[in-house]
Design a protein around this ligand. Structure first.
Ligand code: ADP
Length: 734
């Protein structure tokens, strides 16, 4: 035991030895020091295996120190291959840990994603023609030679392509007609070609592009806000920035964040048309193999353009020079579960750390970004009109108090009449309702019992499409029961209120000859299904599309001329400080789908509150009026962007112990000037999957570093193991 157990101690006796701080992708408070075994060369960012708590764990060298200071240290076991994590990425991990009030290992875990990312991709042998001809030609051989004339392929693929058996291919290899070479099974991504022609920009777009090109040539961090109405050519303009950057620095890496996977396909197609190469695509649904491929290509600096969802922000870029946050106002950029963060805010921060140009684009920028632009912190680029001849849609309201739909229906007569005209002209309508499923509430007609989620106490939503009742918060689902679980009455459970599926049913009933489709995240699952539906819509094969927010964002449907907003009031109430802003943005985006090509569009909003300021501003096309009212409210209440917010959520299985813990945590809150702590109160979701949740809300003046305050607070409390705590910087719900 002397030799195995004390080996590291003994090695320390032979003079000072370098050691390394290793950060593990685990919720540990910091990086730990280990001795570097003799002969092992390590640099920060290298991956290693080291003993941790009785097992071998994989971590990353965070720092190499000249000596261990005479301490007895455990030794690193061995180095692991895989691309080294660049300095920018490591600094981002440290910064994000401080800002989000998380241990750095939790952020590192987000960066590494899967350990298999470090394994090199396997190699396969592919074959191409050597130029030699077989002495004896046969039809089977001829077929192989033709198949091999194109791209190099594996023997199996060649045989399949030629429709022959593997032995024919092998015979040609033996004769030297085909020669093999090894190639990784994960091929690299094509480089973008920045010299291809884009569309001919109009004057305003050209000016915007010049501004962006100037920022690119200046180099370093800058943040620009492209504030342009729907269809004004924001994408074409940021393409110019990308082209300029790639011309100047072919090795530069560019990240394009998109709010919705549903949108990525058409953006990928546009990238390919513009740059002759598809970007690397990253989101939570890509397969393990593709995940490894993208991760490694990004980490080695070979992938130039990455398009992805919010988590792409944590990819290990080595030369990130530009980040674009498309639809920067979009609420899906806020990650609410697990590690909570706002991808737009982190994108700006990462841009600063890496010295990268950051471009935010939106037709309805967030108040946060607008205030930054007005204060001169961001370069404000405006595109006030639609590209080409397309006009912004005319927006009108339908007062539901004057035109109530019949009981059990949701479409008013004026909306139906307009849809009818559009249909007769061979154009398309979009009915927008941000509610998935058939009915948001299921009720027993006999006893009045409401079907609730056993996990959250929220209403279960009826989905006809799958015949199930689903909790939209946790995903809990069950078949719709035949009998009421409360009183036992048969067939008494009825869906109440509208969801997209029910509105589609009504539309089919009203327009029996029309093609009506539903577009929502649960009826259209996966990239292929989305692509197929979007394609049919673009080709005019659908007459009436009934969709949630995924139908309302970013798409270009040239024949769509009418957008009917089924319930414009939805979302105006509620405990969300951004409810008004979000409703306004959503309605502008939805209306913005209409009339994007040469046919003028119209949007009709069904509402009970036509006088609400958000609705009025929308109809008048007066964003300033809406924003001014919103701004005043936020300024008065010291809410973001005029103040800062943070939340602390404690959750545990036993309400009483949670209550006690919350009381102790409350008592430990430090006093600080300009900071107020509210709570503990029940969290907006008071119970999830058997865990009770309490929340503190911290409101601070803008000058306060609210993350530092939260760190100081957390350092003063000891939270029992059964209770989980999580900090949310700039929480959304209020
Ligand atoms: P946004 O991103 O602002 O919604 P896009 O860049 O998607 O706008 O442009 C909307 C549509 O108009 C796209 O089909 C785009 O190709 C087209 N477009 C934009 N600018 C021009 C232009 N100058 N000439 C021709 N077509 C254009």
């Amino acid at each position: 035991t002397l030799y195995s157990g004390s080996r590291h101690v003994l090695s320390d006796l032979f003079g000072p030895r370098p050691c390394a701080a290793i950060l593990f992708p685990l919720p540990l408070p910091e990086a730990f020091d280990y001795a570097i075994p003799e002969g092992m060369e390590l640099e920060p960012g290298d991956h290693v295996a080291a003993p941790l708590g009785g097992r071998m764990a994989q971590g990353v060298v965070w720092e190499v120190k000249p000596e261990s200071g005479g301490r007895a240290l455990k030794s690193i076991e061995h180095a692991i291959g895989g691309p080294r994590l660049g300095e920018g990425t490591r600094r981002f991990v440290d910064w994000a840990a401080g800002y989000l009030v998380e241990p750095p290992g939790v952020i590192l875990r987000q960066v590494l994603r899967s350990t298999s990312a470090l394994r090199p991709s396997p190699v396969e042998t592919v074959y191409r023609l050597s130029g030699a001809q077989p002495q004896r030609q046969t039809p089977a051989r001829q077929a192989v030679l033709e198949a091999a004339a194109g791209e190099a392929m594996s023997a199996a693929d060649l045989a399949r392509a030629a429709g022959v058996s593997g032995s024919v291919v092998k015979g040609l290899v033996d004769l030297g007609v085909l020669i093999g070479e090894d190639r990784p099974t994960d091929p690299p991504f094509d480089d973008p070609d920045p010299y291809r022609e884009g569309v001919a920009l109009n004057q305003i777009q050209a000016d915007a592009a010049i501004t962006l090109r100037r920022l690119v040539s200046a180099g370093g961090f800058q943040c620009a806000l492209i504030d342009g109405v729907t269809g004004s050519g924001k994408t074409e303009v940021y393409f110019e920035a990308i082209a300029e950057l790639v011309r100047r620095e072919p090795e530069a890496q560019i990240l394009v964040l998109l709010p919705e996977i549903a949108l990525t396909q058409s953006v990928m197609d546009r990238f390919e048309a513009r740059f002759g190469a598809r970007p690397a695509l990253w989101h939570s649904d890509i397969g393990q193999k593709e995940r490894r491929r993208v991760w490694r290509e990004v980490a080695s600096g070979r992938a130039r353009i990455v398009a992805g969802a919010r988590s792409a922000l944590f990819l290990p870029f080595t030369r990130l020079r530009c980040t674009i946050v498309d639809e920067e106002h979009d609420p899906t950029y806020k990650q609410d579960e697990g590690l909570t963060y706002h991808a737009r805010d982190l994108a700006v921060a990462r841009g600063k750390l890496e010295g990268a140009l950051t471009i935010l684009a939106s037709a309805t920028p967030s108040l946060e970004s607008l205030v930054n632009a007005e204060a001169g912190r961001y370069v404000h680029i405006r595109l006030p009109g639609r590209a080409g001849t397309a006009q912004l849609p005319e927006i009108d309201t339908i007062d539901l108090r004057d035109f109530p739909p019949e009981k059990g229906n949701w479409l008013s007569e004026p909306l139906i009449a307009e849809m009818d005209q559009v249909y007769e002209k061979g154009e398309q309508s979009l009915l927008y309702l941000n509610r998935r499923g058939f009915a948001p509430l299921v009720l027993c007609r006999a006893c009045g019992h409401k079907m609730k989620s056993p996990e959250t106490d929220r209403w279960l939503v009826e989905h006809r499409y799958t015949g199930r009742l689903i909790c939209h918060t946790t995903g809990f689902s069950m078949p719709k029961p035949k009998a009421c679980p409360e009183c036992g009455a048969q067939d008494s459970l009825t869906g109440v209120g509208p969801g997209v599926e029910r509105v589609a049913e009504e539309a089919r009933h009203r327009f029996p000859d029309a093609v009506v489709e539903v577009f929502s995240s649960d009826t259209t699952q996966g990239a292929d299904a989305v692509r197929a539906l979007v394609g049919r819509m673009e080709r005019g094969e659908i007459d009436i599309l009934v969709g949630t927010q995924i139908a309302a964002k970013g798409h270009n449907f040239p024949r769509l001329t009418l957008v009917g907003v089924v319930d414009a009031d939805l979302g105006l109430a509620g405990g969300d400080l951004r409810a008004g802003e979000r409703t306004y943005q959503m309605l502008v985006q939805a209306a913005g789908r209409a009339g994007r090509a040469d046919r003028p569009g119209r949007a009709l909003l069904q509402t009970h509150q036509p006088d609400h300021e958000a609705i009025q501003a929308l109809v008048a096309g007066d964003r300033t009026a809406f924003l001014d009212a919103e701004r005043m409210m936020r300024e008065m209440l010291k809410l973001p962007p005029y103040g800062r917010l943070a939340a602390l959520i404690l959750s545990g299985p036993e309400p009483e112990r949670l209550e006690n813990c919350a009381r102790e945590v409350a008592a430990a809150a430090p006093h600080a000037e300009g900071v107020e702590v509210f709570g503990p109160a029940d969290a907006p979701l008071a119970v999830v999957r058997g865990r009770w949740r309490k929340r503190f809300l911290v409101q601070a003046e803008r000058r306060v570093d609210v993350s530092a305050y939260m760190r100081a607070w957390m350092a003063r409390v000891k939270i029992p193991a059964a209770i989980r705590s999580s900090v949310d910087i700039e929480p959304y719900s209020f």
